[in-house]
Design a protein around this ligand. Structure first.
Ligand code: ADP
Ligand code: MG
Length: 364
């Protein structure tokens, strides 16, 4: 359906897309992931000509859309885009937002456009908001209206650019559910997202973008479980990490533990591993806590599915000293527990900070 070959794009001297070649077939759901600034948005914007590529070709059903004679509004309609920031017309009602394009650009009668709009609002669960204005809606509702507006143009493919990034965490799932439903109904979609679990279960192909290229592509299983290239591996490992900042001895232990539990749940870690991890963190923090006045402690936990290990990193400011070798250790027992749970403990001085790295094995 869409054939992209050797696509390139630069802004002044900045080469953002070097050489992108990809084919998207009808009915495919493609997730595009990667660090920010690697050209994911630019790629989508080039596809529907919001940005003009510098080289290469894009063909839809065999027709080159970079041709000077191409009908740009028609192409944008075929490849309609949903943005992070909704981009609804704030002076128009929800209904008017949905009918404007079909009436003006597709020549559909107002009556038919309204019937279709109502049907689409039902699909996204917002039929009762037809007469409301965007300002009267929550973020999740606005994004669902934006999706309905996009569908009103009868696109052949929908391009989503981080559709949930601007939303409150509580509203992410209502938008993802709508996208999942479209996927089930066979809609062709390319979705730039940071929601890895979502990417994993909705996409049939995942593109990892880096260095101006589609650096690695594969099935969700291949990219998330057995990435082949170094940068993909590093990215996947990084998104699998948990970080927490502690800046006072009175930090909220319960909130932190809840976040760690949540992290473990996402990584599908067994119960025993969770308990060991929580215990390890607790014992480590007991050692750090007395010294936490006016300093900061950064805790990071990264899970490597491949190695089946959890790596805890504790970084603290202050004079060079290994906290586990301090003369003021509260109790020997804590230290013994840490030594038993950890497979390896390493102390380093990095950038004027004390870094303790503790490796723990996943236990079943
Ligand atoms: P991503 O979506 O992966 O975060 P973008 O496609 O938004 O990345 O941006 C890629 C790079 O191109 C960034 O360095 C960004 O600053 C730059 N860029 C994007 N749009 C423009 C523009 N209109 N003018 C100049 N630079 C731009
Ligand atoms: Mg972007």
């Amino acid at each position: 359906m869409i054939q992209v070959e050797h696509l390139s794009k630069k802004f002044g001297d900045l080469v953002v897309l070097k050489d992108i070649t990809i084919e998207i077939k009808t009915g495919e759901v493609i997730a595009i992931i990667g660090p920010s600034g690697t050209g994911k948005s630019t790629f989508l914007r080039c596809l529907n000509l919001l940005d003009q590529p510098n080289g290469g070709s894009i063909a839809i059903d065999g027709v080159n859309i970079l041709d000077a004679k191409a009908n740009v509004p028609k192409i944008r309609q075929k490849m309609n885009m949903v943005f992070q920031s909704f981009n609804l017309f704030s002076h128009l009602s929800v209904m008017e937002n949905l009918t404007l394009g079909p009436i003006k650009l597709r020549g559909i009668s107002p009556k038919d456009a309204e019937l279709k709009a109502m049907e689409l609002l039902k699909l996204v669960g917002l039929a009762e908001k037809a007469d409301n204005y965007p300002d009267e809606l929550s973020g999740g509702q606005k994004q669902r209206v934006a999706i309905a507006r996009c569908l009103a143009m009868d696109p052949e493919i929908i391009l989503f650019d981080e559709p949930t990034s601007a939303l409150d965490p509580t509203m992410v799932s209502e938008v993802l559910s709508v996208i999942r439903r479209l996927a089930k109904e066979g809609m062709t979609m390319a979705i730039v997202t940071h929601e890895m679990d979502f990417a994993r279960d909705v996409a049939n192909r995942v593109l990892y973008m880096d260095e101006g290229l589609i650096y690695e592509e594969g099935t969700p299983q291949q990219i998330f479980e057995t990435p082949q290239k170094e940068k993909t591996q590093a990215f996947i490992n990084r998104v699998r990490s948990f970080t927490y900042q502690i800046s006072s001895p009175d930090y909220d232990l319960y909130a932190m533990n809840a976040e760690i539990e949540n992290f473990c749940e996402k990584q599908i870690l067994p119960k025993k591993t969770r308990h060991s991890l929580l215990l390890l963190v607790e014992e480590l923090l007991q050692i750090y806590t007395p010294g936490l006045h006016g300093t900061r402690l950064d805790l990071a936990i990264a899970y490597s599915e491949k190695k089946e290990t959890l790596q805890l990193t504790l970084e603290s400011s202050g004079e060079a000293a290994n906290p586990l070798e301090s003369n003021f250790l509260p109790d020997e027992l804590g230290l013994t527990i840490i030594r038993n749970l950890a497979e390896d403990i390493e102390f380093q001085r990095v950038n004027d900070k004390n870094r303790l790295t503790v490796l723990m094995r996943k236990t079943l």
